[in-house]
Design a protein around this ligand. Structure first.
Ligand code: BES
Ligand code: MN
Ligand code: ZN
Length: 492
């Protein structure tokens, strides 16, 4: 799929399929009004006939347009004028792309940058067109023949000359974020027997060949042993696939600039280990590497934009399976930090990988550390599947992510990691227990991580409810790539 900006005057514009906007009081957007004039009042006529009201996400496909420049026009409803929020804008775009897909055109032109959306600029509007379109045309094809390949090949975004430079900037950002999301979804949707820790490592190596400022390093189990990562290794002992600690180093700024460290949980399959999960829906635990896939997606985004930042991406990757050599409830392991951990439930494995990776992150002298993990089912109980859970040890950093989430429409909701909860992860036999009982499970998981993140500013994103969709539309979402991309763009 190709995206570009067109800034011709409207009477010169040609399109197989032109998208224009309408508000709820049947008021056409400025571009739509001009198109209406070019088409001798066709749009006004259809509105008068009551074919479209302009409600948000309402659409009207006009297949036969009496103007040689336009083959089709799609009127897209945005809802009440002056009240179009970011979310409503995206919702209308998603409805529009559905009609574009159904109409099977190969080239479409979105003239929807003139919609009045609260608190945004042309750059944001352009970005959203690309992000929403690219998300909608994503197709999983690795292990399944697609009967119907999507026809759409090219999206032009019509921008008035006055705003075309802003639109060009939005185009670059939108393309980079969309590519990052796409990579994340592709990796995440792969089954566990293809996407193993070794496969993920190979993908990271491949990614690093595509950009001169990007380097990749893979640590093998023997390296992890030498580093003393006893918590991480205890999980991989139960699997026949060798564990990997994938490191990606993107140097977009001076070497002296402290890096942003991104950590992603990379469990390529989580059966729970000896504390085996119930069978129903267990296939979805192939998605337990979505945090790791997001790190790869974000690094890709950063390289495509040549962001002036230093970023270290760390993906601890393993499987969690039951085996004669697997962790057993009650086992005690020693983490890289020296803290001992009593494993009361082998299914709380993510934190065992992450704690050693957090300790390892210290060596990069990070500006901030952001971890992304499908860490707890309890996070879904607490927040549902709308926001990701946000936990952190620095209020300003948490605020930064909350704001980025609003702008990117990839929301997070802050959860507490107060001292009071730490009691729940006390152990009689080790420095820490790896579970804190049934109450506040996503919080006690974050409390556990916080004990390994005391030396830097850190946030943890629990993406258990947001990284993939369950049910009939099962598939990866690419979240939190848009959120963290926005954070990185703000920092660059
Ligand atoms: N990967 C899971 C968390 C998860 C479960 C994410 C369901 C999305 C959907 C994690 O490793 C896990 O199993 N967590 C346990 C923790 C418990 C044993 C304290 C959980 O959430 O049940
Ligand atoms: Mn688990
Ligand atoms: Zn897990």
């Amino acid at each position: 799929m190709d995206y570009s900006i067109v800034s011709l005057s409207l009477d010169k514009l040609q399109s197989d399929c032109l998208l224009v906007g309408i508000y709820e009081n049947q008021q056409l957007s400025p571009v739509a009004t001009a198109v209406d004039t070019l088409c001798e009042g066709l749009l006004t006529k259809l509105i008068a006939r009551g074919d479209i009201k302009g409600k948000n996400a309402e659409t009207l496909l006009i297949n036969n347009v009496p103007h040689e420049n336009f083959q089709r026009i799609i009127l897209v409803g945005f809802g009440e004028s002056g009240k179009v929020t970011r979310k409503l804008y995206r919702k209308a775009l998603a409805a529009a792309i559905k009609v574009v897909k159904e109409s099977k055109v190969s080239v479409a032109t979105s003239a929807l940058l003139d919609i009045n959306v609260e608190n945004v600029d042309t750059q944001w509007l352009t970005r959203q067109n690309i992000e929403v379109f690219n998300d909608a045309i994503y197709l999983y094809s690795k292990t399944k023949v697609c009967e119907e390949m999507p026809a759409l090949q090219q999206l032009y975004i019509y921008a008035d000359k006055l705003v075309s430079s802003q639109a060009e900037l939005g185009l670059l950002q939108g393309k980079a974020i969309a590519k990052g999301v796409e990579l994340t979804k592709q990796l995440a949707d792969l089954p566990g027997n293809i996407c193993t820790p070794t496969y993920l490592a190979e993908q990271a190596i491949e990614l690093a060949t595509q950009h001169e400022k990007l380097k990749c390093e893979i640590l093998e189990e023997s390296d992890l042993q030498a580093l003393g990562m006893g918590a991480f290794l205890s999980v991989s002992r139960g699997s026949r696939q060798p564990a990997k600690l994938i490191s990606l180093f993107y140097q977009g700024a001076e070497a002296s600039v402290k890096p942003i460290v991104l950590i992603g949980k990379g469990l390529t399959f989580d059966a729970g280990g000896i504390s085996l999960k119930p069978g129903l829906g267990m296939d979805e635990m192939k998605y337990d590497m979505c945090g790791g896939a997001s790190v790869l997606g974000l690094i890709r985004m950063a390289t495509l934009l040549n962001l002036k930042l230093n970023i270290v991406g760390l993906v601890p990757s393993s499987e969690n399976l039951p085996d004669g050599d697997a962790n057993k409830p009650g086992d005690i392991v020693t983490s890289m930090s020296g803290k001992t951990i009593e494993i009361l439930n082998t299914d709380a494995e993510g934190r065992l990988l992450l704690c050693d990776t957090l300790t390892y992150a210290k060596k990069f002298n990070p500006e901030v550390v952001i971890d992304m993990a499908t860490l707890t089912g309890a996070c879904i109980v607490a927040l549902g599947r709308v926001p990701s859970g946000l936990f952190g040890n620095d209020d300003a950093l948490c605020e930064e992510l909350l704001t980025a989430g609003e702008v990117a429409c990839d929301k997070v909701w802050r959860m507490p990691i107060w001292e009071e909860y730490q009691d729940q992860i006390k152990s009689n036999f080790a420095d820490l227990a790896n579970i804190g009982g049934p109450d506040g499970g996503s919080i006690t998981a974050a409390c556990f991580l916080s004990r390994f993140a005391e030396d830097f500013r850190w946030v943890h994103l629990d993406i258990a409810g947001t990284a993939w969709r369950t049910g009939a539309a099962k598939g990866a979402t690419g979240r939190p790539v848009p959120l963290v991309s926005q954070f990185l763009l703000n920092r660059a």
